[in-house]
Ligand binder design. Sequence first.
Ligand code: URA
Length: 441
Amino acid sequence: MRMYDLIIKKRNGAALCKEEINFMIAEYTAGRIPDYQMSAMMMAIYFQGMTKEETCDLTMAMAASGEMLDLSGIEGVKVDKHSTGGVGDKTSIALAPMVAACGVKIAKMSGRGLGHTGGTIDKLESFPGFSTGISTKHFIEQVNRIGISIMGQTADLAPADKKLYALRDVTATVDHMSLIASSIMSKKLASGADAIVLDVKTGSGAFMKNKDDAFALAKEMAVLGTRAGKKTTAVISDMDQPLGNAVGNALEVKEAIETLQGKGPADFMELCMTLGAQMLVAGGRAESAGQAQEMLGKVIEDGTALSKLARFIEAQGGDAAAVYDTSLLPQAPIVEEIFSEKEGYVEKIICDEIGVCSLLLGGGRETKESQIDLSVGLILHKKVGDYVKAGESLATIHAGSKEKLTAAKERFVRAYTFGQNPVTREKLIKGILEGDKISQS
Ligand code: URA
């Protein structure tokens, strides 16, 4: 078999068979197919697409390109959760302890990633001493003991995807539905959970800018998971404005803690409740979403979700005292308000622009090598639909230097649009999809 012939075949619009896809992925992972040929293949796929069969074969080949984690040493149903990402998305930090406190085992691998803020792993490192670089043995032992662990993705988890994703990133081939679906699902399938709950974002701060594309991506991923024998559910949620109020690593951790104390922003709480309910149902702990939500409400009210977070942080070497005293989290030296010059209803917040503010403050990575400043970011005080008087604070900025503060402030003013008429707020949850059964909100 020759890669050259496979490129021609795909370029001309034909479907690749399983043997061809297995060959391409195995040889590329082993370094015997060069990046320039794989780039041509990715571009051919970008324009010609893939059939469901090809997408499934590609996903399985990438999942099997490294170690497939064996979680059979953990008793009970293991449920994983994945978000397609967005601005202010700190969901795992509150959701994982909530679900674990209700008795579903959380054995989750997470990434750092490029973006406006760090990934879950970076955010968790806001707890002084916390480490996600633990061994698989420690990971499994911890989940059996306290019901929760989050570790960094091992180098051997779907290495084909790691190489391909980096290549797609520099060849303008990331934003293709089947490539995104197979990339995400290959890592999820290799991570060994029994059930997967996906949070597929839609809006200006998401990969999928429109709702139809988000539903299509959710469906594609749910079908891939179901075919691989995993119970897969997808929640499609709004990312047309940041989630919650906090954007920035330690600030988001603080907001997740407040949410576990029952004092979180309403939209973030709603998302945690919706995803958590799906996880409890998938994990066999609840018979219905309604029953699951009651259980989740109870573990927040009686403090068991918060103490589960503290035990989790401590088990991975972190300072659990920061769960109860958030002044122990990284603090930025400069804290300033941004006052509104305009008056009216917030019509729109360009989510990406808020993300760029966080990046300019140093809260995210522009390249894999960039260092993140965990202390910086923004707290939004006004969201879409809120009325703002001139001179009122729109947001508080936490910065490491005057220069970065000025750059972020200049960018911030581009994000908000005001109008004189009341604005109808978008629904946060757009729909839920189980296998290929859709319920739209
Ligand atoms: N996240 C991934 O892991 N892969 C993609 O292709 C896009 C987002």
